[in-house]
Design a protein around this ligand. Structure first.
Ligand code: GDP
Length: 202
């Protein structure tokens, strides 16, 4: 898989506007400011992808990118952005759950959390949905460069303990877009999911 070869497909406000539900895709989710755009930049080696997602009007949409005809990366709307009315938040939440519940080609979720502010309400909601709909989650503890390596390791262990109830469904790693720590590990996780021969929905 060449993660540098991503091309924008389309944006969708709801499930019915998503590309055809075939092939495989991995979705990136996180609270606003968790470092999702920076991580996508670090992964793809280009600012193009994240810039597309941050185009005004697209930040609240599900943005689809193609790695090939079969494989996609999906940038989910950053949650908790600005001071949007409760009704708007509820609407996003509905579309997001609808997507997680019904999208067969979605085979895994990358959940980004600032290592200094893990497991906030949105993260808990995502984890509960993922468990309910049986979609595996791989967590990136972002901005790990903000802590000394030992402290980052300690934080990761503590979070891992809190995630024990989810068993094998949830894994995690340290990540930093600043010094590129964890980029190769992320690529490995994405390849494992996307190329898994046990999944036969392609
Ligand atoms: P998004 O809202 O989740 O897309 O977050 P961004 O990628 O825009 O990042 C939010 C802020 O965190 C920006 O000021 C980034 O420069 C900063 N940031 C993102 N990733 C890192 C990182 O790995 N290390 C450090 N130190 N700062 C980061």
């Amino acid at each position: 898989l060449n993660f540098e070869q991503v091309t924008f497909i389309k944006s969708a406000a709801k499930l019915s506007q998503c590309p055809e539900d075939k092939g495989r895709e991995v979705a990136f989710a996180g609270r606003s400011n968790a470092g999702k755009s920076s991580a996508l930049n670090a992964l793809t080696g280009s600012k193009k992808l994240a810039r597309t997602s941050k185009t005004p009007g697209r930040t609240q949409l599900i943005n689809f990118f193609a790695l090939s005809e079969t494989y996609r990366l999906v940038d989910l709307p950053g949650y908790g952005y600005a001071k949007v009315p409760e009704a708007v938040k509820a609407e996003w939440q509905k579309h997001l759950e609808d997507y997680l519940q019904n999208r067969d080609s979605l085979i895994g979720i990358i959940l980004l959390m600032d290592i200094r502010h893990p497991l906030k309400e949105f993260d808990q909601i995502m984890l509960e949905w993922a468990e309910y709909y049986q979609k595996p989650v791989h967590i990136l503890l972002t901005k790990s460069d903000k802590l000394k390596f030992g402290a980052a390791k300690q934080a990761a262990l503590k979070i891992q303990r809190e995630l024990k109830p989810f068993g094998n469904l949830v894994s995690l790693q340290l990540f930093s877009s600043l010094n590129k720590m964890g980029v190769d590990e992320l690529k490995k996780q994405l390849s494992t999911w996307l190329l898994d021969e046990k999944i036969i929905n392609v």
